[in-house]
Design a protein around this ligand. Structure first.
Ligand code: ADP
Ligand code: MG
Ligand code: MG
Length: 883
C-alpha cells in the first residue's frame, strides 16, 4: 500500500481534496506546490497509517521504511541536500496534521536532524555560528518536550538563568558561544531527567518524532477535544515531514502569520504579524512584540516598529501576490504561515481562516459581490447559530473587564443593571424606569415576570437547559447560569464572591456569550441589523422554501419578531395572557368556582381583555397568519399560593377563604405534565374554549374592519390524542364562529387544527386530519411523551447520558430524528393522505434549531415557528436546508 505522498518543486502526489487521507495541512501543502508556489519540499505520511498503527499494536507495515527513505531522498534531491549528511545537511520539520485542525495533537518539531556533529556543519554551511546553535537549542527543547516528554519549563528556567547572567532581555541578543553553552546545559538536563543522552542519530530522531505524532492522537487532550467536537477517533492524523527553511538566519530572515482579510472585522486587507530573525511559533509565543505586515496596519496600530512592507519590500510584494492567488484559488479567506530565509519567501501553510460572526458576514457578502462566490455559497457559509451573537448588544472588545465570576454562557448578549434578588423587585424597579439584572440561585415559572422586567438573568445553579437558560433564550435576554462561586443571600440582599460583597442596587454586567460576570457598567456595542446582515437575510429569503413564523403572545415580542422578518405567528400561548395583573383575579375566580354559571361569570370579565390581546396581535401581523392555542396548562398553575392571595380572591368572589383552600387541594395533581390539561380542559369546561374562540373571532372582525387586512385566525387545540376530543372541541369553536359571524354580518375565514404532541395523535394522524385543517408539531411535549421524560426533571440525568455516550444530543435542544422525528414523519404523511393541502408546521423550541430545521425541510413542513430572537437564525437555516 502507498503510505507516503510527496510534494515539492511545483508538483505533488496529493491535492486539496485529499484532506481525509493527508490531513488538512498536508493536502494544502500539496495544493500550494501544484500551484507553483514556493513551498519547501516534503512528504505526508497518511492518516491511514495512523489507523494501521492502532489496529496493529502500534506498529508499522514493513514497506513503510522504504517509502519514507525514498521520499526523504527525493526531498534531498530537490533541496540539493541529504538528511544526516554533514556535507550537504538537510534538516526537516515534523508536523502533525489531522483532517480538522486539532489542539491537543503533537506540536511541531523543527530543525530535526541536528546533533553535536551536524550543528558544526550547519554553522559552516550558513557561515553563521549563532544561527546554527540557536537552531540546535530550539531543536533540543522542542524534541525533548514533545517527543521525550521532558517538561519545557526546565529549558525555560535554564534560559532565563543564562539571560540574567548575561544581562540580556531578548533571545536575539544571545551570541553563538552562549547558545553553545546553553545547549550543553540543555543536554545535561535531558540526561538528568531521562537517564539517557539526547538522541544523536537523525534516523532515530525522525522515527521518534513520527511515532510521537501518532501517539498524540490518543493522548488525553486530543481525546477530550474530539469528544467535544464530535470528531471520530477513526479519522486518525497524518504526519508531514518537510525540508526546513530558516527565519532565524539574521536580519534578512523572518517568520510570520497572516490572514488575507481581517478575521475580526472582515475588512478586505491583508492582516498579520511577523518577527525578524525568528523561527516557528516565536510570533505567537509573545517573546518579542511582533511587527505589522502592511504599512497601513502599522499606522492604524500606531506602532513605531517597521512593517514587513518597509523592511523587506520584495518578499512583501511576493507575499501579497501569493495571498491573492490563494484566496482566489480557495475562494475563501485564508490563514497563512510563511518564512523568509535571507530574503526569499517560503509558504508553510494555508487554510480557511477562522473568523468572528461579523467577519463571516462581511467576507461572505463581499466575496459574493466580487463574484468570487455565489449568493448561495455566501448563505451556506454563515453558521446560523453565530447570528445569535449579532442580534444582541455585546461588550465593546476594547473595554476593560473586571471579571468577578464565570458561569455558563446560557443566553447570548450582554446586559448591565442594578442587582435585584427577587422578581417583584425587578418589576418594581423596571416600572420606575431603572435597569436591573435579576440574580437568583435558580429561577422557576413564578419568576417569569421578573425575568421579563430584567435586562439579564444571573443564576448560581443550573446548566444550559435550566429553567433560567431556556426561558432567557426564549425571551432573547442575556443569561449566565450556574455561576457556582457566587453566594447569594436573597434575604440579606447580598451576593458575595471571593471576599467581595455586592448589595442590591450595585451595578453589574453579565456577558451571556462567554459566561462572565463583571463588576460595574461596561461599554457596549449595539447590534447592526442592516448592511451585511440584511444582505445575507435577503439572499436566504430567496432560497428558502419554508416560511418562518414566531412564537409570541405579547405585542412587544410580536413587533420584534416582525422586525426580524417573522411571517406570522405560529404559536400564541394564551395562558401567558392570563397571568397579567389585571386579570389573574378573574382567572382564579373562574377556576375556583365549582359551577358552570360561576365560571361563565368570571369568563365574561376575561373576554374583553382577551379580545384586546388578540386585536393587538392581529394588527401587528397585518394579514399574516396567526395561530392561537387554546388554554393548555393545568389550572392549578394559576392558583393563589399565599394566604394573602387566597384572601384577595375570596373577597372578589364573595366566598370563605376555607372553601377556596379546599378547592385548591382538589385541583392538586401528582403528575401535572400528564394531567388535566390541553384539550382535556376544553372537554371538561367547554365554556373556557368558547370564551377564547369568541375573543379570537370578535378580534378578527374588528381588526378586519379597522385595518382592511383580514386575518385568517388558526385556532389550535392542544394535546389531542383522540380524534373524538378534537371533534368535540371543534364543534364548540364552529358554533361560536357561526354566532359571531351572524352578529357581525361579516364573513370570517378561520381554520381549526391541532397540535401533534402525543404519540397517539401522530399514529392516528389520518383520522385526526379528518377534523384538523392544520397540524402544528409541538415537539417539546412530543419529546417528553415519546421518551417518557419530563423536561423539568431531565437536566440532571440527560447530562450523565451524554457523558456516558448513551445519547449524543439533548433531545430537547435538537430533535431526536430517529424517534420523535419518525412520529413527525408518520403524522405528516398520514395527515396529507387524508387532507392533501393540510398545513404543517412546528412550534416547539426545535423550530429555532438549525439541525432540527434541516429535518423539517426533509419532511416537507410548510413553516417553522420559533422565539423572536431566533427568527433570523431560522430564516438562514431554512435557506441552507433548502439547497
Ligand atoms: P501548527 O499546526 O501548530 O500551526 P505547524 O506544523 O504549522 O504547527 O508549525 C508551526 C510553525 O513552525 C509554522 O508556522 C512555521 O513557522 C514553522 N515551521 C513548520 N515547518 C517548517 C519548515 N519546514 N521550515 C520552517 N519553519 C517551519
Ligand atoms: Mg501552522
Ligand atoms: Mg404542548
Amino acid at each position: 500500500a502507498k503510505w507516503v505522498y510527496s510534494f515539492g518543486d511545483g508538483a505533488a502526489e496529493g491535492r486539496a481534496g485529499d484532506k481525509n487521507l493527508l490531513g488538512g495541512k498536508g493536502a494544502n501543502l500539496a495544493e500550494m506546490c501544484s500551484l507553483g508556489l514556493p513551498v519547501p519540499p516534503g512528504f505526508t505520511v497518511t492518516t491511514e497509517l495512523c489507523s494501521y498503527y492502532y489496529t496493529h499494536g502500534q506498529s508499522y507495515p514493513p514497506e513503510l521504511k522504504g517509502q519514507v527513505e525514498d521520499a526523504l531522498a527525493k526531498v534531498g534531491e530537490i533541496a540539493g541536500r541529504r538528511f544526516g549528511d554533514k556535507n550537504k545537511l538537510l534538516l526537516v520539520s515534523v508536523r502533525s496534521g489531522a483532517r480538522a485542525s486539532m489542539p491537543g495533537m503533537m506540536d511541531t518539531v523543527l530543525n530535526l536532524g541536528l546533533n553535536d556533529d551536524t550543528v558544526e556543519a550547519l554553522a559552516q554551511d550558513a557561515s553563521d555560528e549563532r544561527f546554527a546553535w540557536d537552531s540546535y537549542r530550539r531543536f533540543i527543547q522542542m524534541y525533548s518536550d514533545v517527543v521525550l516528554g521532558v517538561d519545557h519549563e526546565h529549558f525555560e528556567e535554564i534560559l532565563e538563568d543564562q539571560k540574567a547572567r548575561l544581562g540580556v532581555d531578548l533571545d536575539t541578543e544571545i551570541k553563538a558561544a552562549d547558545w553553545k553553552k546553553i545547549v550543553g546545559l540543555y543536554k545535561a538536563k535531558v540526561e538528568e531527567e531521562l537517564g539517557q543522552p539526547f538522541p544523536q542519530d537523525p534516523q532515530e530522531q525522525l522515527w521518534g518524532a513520527i511515532g510521537a505524532v501518532f501517539s498524540s492522537w490518543m493522548n488525553a487532550r486530543a481525546i477530550t477535544y474530539r469528544r467535544l467536537h464530535d470528531i471520530p477517533e477513526s479519522w486518525g492524523t497524518a504526519v508531514n515531514v518537510q525540508a526546513m527553511v530558516f527565519g532565524n538566519m539574521g536580519e534578512t530572515s523572518a517568520t510570520g502569520v497572516a490572514f488575507t482579510r481581517n478575521p475580526s472585522t472582515g475588512e478586505k486587507a491583508l492582516y498579520g504579524e511577523f518577527l525578524v530573525n525568528a523561527q516557528g511559533e516565536d510570533v505567537v509565543a509573545g517573546i518579542r512584540t511582533p511587527q505589522n505586515i502592511t504599512e497601513e496596519a502599522r499606522i492604524a496600530a500606531g506602532s513605531d516598529q517597521p512593517s514587513l512592507q518597509k523592511v523587506m519590500p520584495d518578499a512583501f510584494n511576493e507575499f501579497v501576490r501569493i495571498a491573492d492567488v490563494l484566496e482566489q484559488h480557495y475562494r475563501d479567506m485564508q490563514d497563512l504561515e510563511f518564512t523568509i530565509e535571507r530574503g526569499k519567501l517560503w509558504m508553510l501553510q494555508t487554510r480557511s481562516g477562522k473568523r468572528t460572526a461579523k467577519a463571516a458576514l462581511k467576507t461572505a457578502v463581499e466575496m459574493a459581490s466580487e463574484g468570487l462566490i455565489t449568493q448561495e455559497e455566501a448563505v451556506a457559509r454563515i453558521d446560523p447559530a453565530s447570528l445569535d451573537q449579532l442580534l444582541h448588544p455585546t461588550i465593546d472588545p476594547s473595554a476593560e473587564r473586571n471579571v468577578v465570576a464565570v458561569g455558563l454562557p446560557a443566553s447570548p448578549g450582554a446586559a448591565t443593571g442594578e442587582i435585584v434578588f427577587t422578581s417583584d423587585e425587578a418589576e418594581d424597579l423596571k416600572k420606575q424606569g431603572r435597569k436591573v439584572v435579576l440574580v437568583r440561585v435558580e429561577t422557576s415559572p413564578e419568576d417569569i415576570h421578573g425575568m421579563h422586567a430584567s435586562e439579564g438573568i444571573l443564576t448560581t445553579r443550573g446548566g444550559m437547559t435550566s429553567h433560567a437558560a431556556v426561558v432567557a433564550r426564549g425571551m432573547g435576554k442575556p443569561c449566565v447560569s450556574g455561576a457556582g462561586t457566587l453566594r447569594v443571600d436573597a434575604r440579606a440582599g447580598t451576593m458575595s464572591v471571593m471576599g467581595q460583597t455586592f448589595k442590591k442596587g450595585d451595578i453589574i454586567t453579565i456577558d451571556g456569550s462567554n459566561g462572565q460576570v463583571l463588576k460595574g457598567a461596561v461599554p457596549m456595542l449595539q447590534p447592526e441589523l442592516s448592511g451585511d446582515f440584511a444582505a445575507i437575510m435577503e439572499w436566504a429569503d430567496k432560497i428558502r422554501r419554508m416560511k418562518v413564523r414566531t412564537n409570541a403572545e405579547t405585542p412587544a415580542d410580536a413587533r420584534m419578531a416582525r422586525s426580524f422578518g417573522a411571517e406570522g405567528i405560529g404559536l400564541c400561548r394564551t395562558e401567558h395572557m392570563f397571568f397579567d395583573e389585571d386579570r389573574i383575579i378573574a382567572v382564579r375566580e373562574m377556576i375556583l368556582s365549582d359551577t358552570e354559571e360561576g365560571r361563565r361569570k368570571a369568563l365574561a370579565k376575561l373576554l374583553p381583555m382577551q379580545r384586546a390581546d388578540f386585536l393587538d396581535l392581529f394588527e401587528i401581523m397585518a394579514g399574516l397568519p396567526v395561530t392561537i392555542r387554546l388554554l393548555d396548562p393545568p389550572l392549578h398553575e394559576f392558583l393563589p399560593k399565599t394566604e394573602e392571595e387566597i384572601a384577595e380572591v375570596a373577597a372578589a368572589m364573595g366566598v370563605e377563604p376555607d372553601k377556596l383552600r379546599h378547592r385548591t387541594e382538589e385541583l392538586h395533581e401528582f403528575n401535572p405534565m400528564l394531567g388535566h390539561r390541553g384539550c382535556r380542559l376544553a372537554v371538561s369546561y367547554p365554556e373556557i374554549a368558547e370564551m377564547q374562540a369568541r375573543a379570537i373571532f370578535e378580534a378578527a372582525v374588528e381588526s378586519a374592519r379597522k385595518t382592511g387586512k383580514p386575518i385568517v385566525p388558526e385556532v389550535m387545540v392542544p394535546l389531542v390524542g383522540l380524534v373524538a376530543e378534537l371533534d368535540y372541541v371543534k364543534a364548540r369553536i364552529d358554533q361560536v364562529a357561526k354566532d359571531v359571524i351572524a352578529e357581525a354580518y361579516m364573513p370570517i375565514d378561520y381554520l381549526v387544527g391541532t397540535m401533534i404532541e402525543l404519540p397517539r395523535a401522530a399514529l392516528q394522524a389520518d383520522k385526526v386530519a379528518e377534523k384538523a385543517e392544520f397540524f402544528s408539531f409541538g415537539t417539546n411535549d412530543l419529546t417528553q411523551t415519546t421518551f417518557g421524560i419530563s423536561r423539568d426533571d431531565a437536566a440532571g440525568f440527560l447530562e450523565t447520558y451524554r457523558q456516558k455516550g448513551i445519547i449524543e444530543q439533548d433531545p430537547f435542544v435538537s430533535i431526536d430524528v430517529d424517534g420523535v422525528g419518525e412520529l413527525v414523519r408518520i403524522a405528516a404523511e398520514k395527515g396529507r393522505r387524508t387532507r392533501g393541502d393540510i398545513k404543517l408546521g412546528i412550534c416547539g423550541e426545535h423550530g429555532g434549531d438549525p439541525a432540527s430545521i434541516r429535518f423539517c425541510e426533509e419532511v416537507g413542513l410548510d413553516y417553522v415557528s420559533c422565539s423572536p430572537f431566533r427568527v433570523p437564525i431560522a430564516r438562514l437555516a431554512a435557506a441552507q436546508a433548502a439547497v
